[in-house]
Design a protein around this ligand. Sequence first.
Ligand SMILES: Cc1cc2nc3c(=O)[nH]c(=O)nc-3n(C[C@H](O)[C@H](O)[C@H](O)COP(=O)(O)OP(=O)(O)OC[C@H]3O[C@@H](n4cnc5c(N)ncnc54)[C@H](O)[C@@H]3O)c2cc1C
Length: 374
Amino acid sequence: MTTWDAIVVGLGGAGSSCAFHLARGGARVLGLEQFGPSHAHGSSHGRTRIYRTAYSEGIEYVPLVRRARELWHELQTRSELPILHPTGALILGRRDTRLVSGAIRSAEAHSLPHEVLLPDAVGERFPQFALAPDELAVWDPNAGALFAENCVLGHATGAAEGGAELHYGERVRGWSADSAGVLVRTLSGEHRGRSLVLTAGAWTAGLATGLALPLTIERQFMLWFPAFDPDLARPDRMPVFLWDRAPQFETYGVPDFGDGVKVGTWRGRFSATPEEADRGFTDTEAGPVRSFVERSLPGLVPRETEATSCLYTNAPDHHFLLGRHPNHPNVIVVSACSGHGFKFTSVIGEVVARLVRGQPPGYDLSIFDPGRFR
Ligand SMILES: Cc1cc2nc3c(=O)[nH]c(=O)nc-3n(C[C@H](O)[C@H](O)[C@H](O)COP(=O)(O)OP(=O)(O)OC[C@H]3O[C@@H](n4cnc5c(N)ncnc54)[C@H](O)[C@@H]3O)c2cc1C
């Protein structure tokens, strides 16, 4: 039996990048994925993901998100498919909301280019958005849209070109580890490695045994709306956006790349299991999104032409899991989700490859410690 340098379980957003960075560093890598190369059962489908730099979730994320951007540009040089399209971002809401105040804090702490725009200024520059009088917007000029499936395929292709062996349709049942290495059991056999990287998305809690991970799975929606004036919805006219109207509603959107303006929901609405990602949804569930579009995005026809759902894997503190398993230093646990992880997957692969090689990660990962909930 081959002894792999690293076995990566799950080849979605994070796992495909880990396999790529490990393989390009010369490691012998086996990647195991229960579904196909790009699928709609997890968290990395739905065509686009927002990339932003004035990071509302914490100033600690900014060095990572900056490096992620360099790596997305690097991936673009290897890929014929589009990876990251610059649009800038508007983060909208009242000044005291989590998203707006957090974006300003991160931008100031890291001297990121940004502007704070009052409703009149937003109306002049971005008439697509109808703000309430007490709302404002933070303009993040370095933001854009990532093409999610292209990113996953780009990393997976790069991993295979670097010598990684990727097994699709091979579901992992369990694993064990000791100081000599790891043994991974799948539905079709067993594999031995020196290190194990768990990047199983919504399936993480079941696979990352010994951590008592209090992860919750949330089903969220993405809907595509046509524009009355398609010119105003084009990516050179309309930025990606996040809109904080918590506690009622938090939404985000991506301009029209040919299929309408995508509007999605996030945070705390619909609990689910990993088996429910591709379940459709009801008018009752879609209703609040249509009303939001009608009220706040007046250039859009408030009736979607397409819709799908996707899974968030949420930690109670909404930070990622990224680090060594406390009982098994040769097992790395990654769950880059809580609804905002995709943009980081490029840099997460680089960090995980360093950890597997026994090098310092290059960033302070303490808020992401997988053992923090024990
Ligand atoms: C609707 C929606 C919108 C989002 N918007 C944004 C955004 O705008 N910006 C942003 O940065 N992030 C966003 N996110 C979050 C981001 O998409 C996720 O953080 C990211 O995709 C998670 O990647 P992952 O690798 O952890 O999970 P996945 O991509 O789901 O990969 C996990 C993989 O593990 C495989 N797997 C699981 N168990 C096993 C097993 N036992 N054996 C073999 N394989 C297994 C699964 O099949 C899957 O392919 C959004 C998420 C959703 C759902």
